[in-house]
Write a protein that binds this ligand. Structure first.
Ligand SMILES: C[S@@+](CC[C@H](N)C(=O)[O-])C[C@H]1O[C@@H](n2cnc3c(N)ncnc32)[C@H](O)[C@@H]1O
Length: 348
């Protein structure tokens, strides 16, 4: 984006949500989820009897995240059914996905084992089974070390802005920010959430805490949308640098889904340490069902995190347990826009 002229009027939200674009974007992972399950023998395994995710992980030598994502996507696609925590075959899998069956689609599915995404998913599942192995994408390494180059920062920030700005407008319209006066957006990317919130709440002050290279880009967006009097930036590595205080709300969008459990706990504990009593934490995420059998966009997004990052999509129950484990109370979730929910909790 070029900074251009500041826009003097608040932006109107889109008149529809963006689920149609999300569906197309995520659909690329549907076929690999099935071709990899076919190659691993998931359907044959479940033909012997329904199994829990840990049982599938043990039998197929998968990690917990990998088994969860593979089962969730195949359940959401209608190939598996989940009952009481056990996954079994649904009719379409019984007819078309069992090797040796008269109507087995294997001949066709096997042709896709050479696709880049099939290979990426296989590699990611292999890594996930060995937690000491890091994701091998350059971006994941840059984020973990806090060292990002300028071109990487620009590419990622532009992509994240496109992906998140509509949802930011939804958060500003439908989230509950009553009583919030100063909000810290941790790893806030382009600043799209503070921009939307500042336009909606003229009395609100926000700070985008980001890697320094990304702060430079966020400043351009903040100027472009005319909210520089309300929104500033703070360059920091969120894992190694001290966090600023004086905020009554800490906001994370698409951050917990990037990281493993210890790093998510660290982010929640750090939030609790710098918030005053009564302060709020917000997590903006696409939620998996507690049964981990969908919905399809959350399951596919979780698979994307498995391939590229350390994280996964969480269920509300998992986030509630994480936040209460770090001392937060009153954990609530509201659907704010498209597939996204805003989870909030209070420091007692
Ligand atoms: C998935 S993007 C989310 C951006 C934004 N919150 C959104 O929802 O559009 C993850 C963001 O985390 C930032 N990030 C990654 N590692 C970081 C670190 N160690 N310290 C601070 N920010 C980091 C990246 O620069 C990136 O903007």
């Amino acid at each position: 984006m070029s900074a251009g002229h500041p826009l003097s009027v608040p932006l109107e939200p889109p008149t529809c949500d963006d689920r149609a674009v999300w569906d197309v974007w995520l659909s690329r992972l549907e076929l690999p989820a099935v071709t990899v399950a076919d190659e691993l023998g998931l359907f044959s395994l479940l033909a012997q009897g329904a199994a829990t995710a840990p049982e599938v992980a043990a039998r197929l030598e998968l990690g917990a995240r990998g088994a969860e994502a593979l089962l969730a996507v195949n359940a959401a696609l209608g190939f598996l059914v989940q009952r009481g925590g056990r996954f079994g075959l649904a009719e379409p899998a019984r007819h078309f996905l069992l090797p040796g069956g008269d109507f087995y689609w294997g001949g066709m599915l096997q042709r896709d084992r050479f696709s880049a995404l099939h290979q990426d998913l296989r590699k990611a599942l292999g890594r996930d089974a060995h937690p000491e192995q890091e994701p091998d994408t350059r971006l994941a390494a840059a984020w973990a070390s806090g060292q990002i180059d300028e071109a990487q920062a620009r590419r990622t920030t532009e992509a994240m802005h496109a992906h998140s700005f509509p949802a930011a407008m939804g958060v500003a319209r439908h989230g509950d920010f009553a009583g919030v006066t100063r909000l810290l957006d941790v790893a806030g990317g382009s600043g799209c959430f503070p921009i939307a919130l500042a336009q909606r709440y003229p009395g609100l002050r926000c700070t985008v805490m980001e890697l320094p290279e990304v702060c430079l880009l966020a400043a351009e967006y903040i100027t472009r949308y005319g909210v520089a009097a309300q929104v500033d930036t703070h360059g920091a590595n969120m894992f190694t640098h001290p966090w600023p205080r004086d905020y009554d709300a800490i906001f994370f969008s698409n951050i917990f889904h990037d990281w493993d459990a210890p790093r998510c706990r660290h982010l929640a504990q750090q939030s609790s340490a710098v918030l005053p009593s009564g302060g709020r934490i917000y997590l903006h995420e696409i939620l998996l069902a507690d049964a981990k059998d969908g919905p399809l966009p959350a399951a596919l997004f979780s698979m994307a995190m498995l391939i590229a990052n350390y994280g996964k999509q969480f269920s509300f129950g998992e986030l509630e347990a994480l936040l209460t484990g770090c001392g937060f109370v009153d954990v609530q979730a509201t659907l704010t826009y498209g597939y996204y929910s805003l989870i909030s909790a209070r420091k007692p």
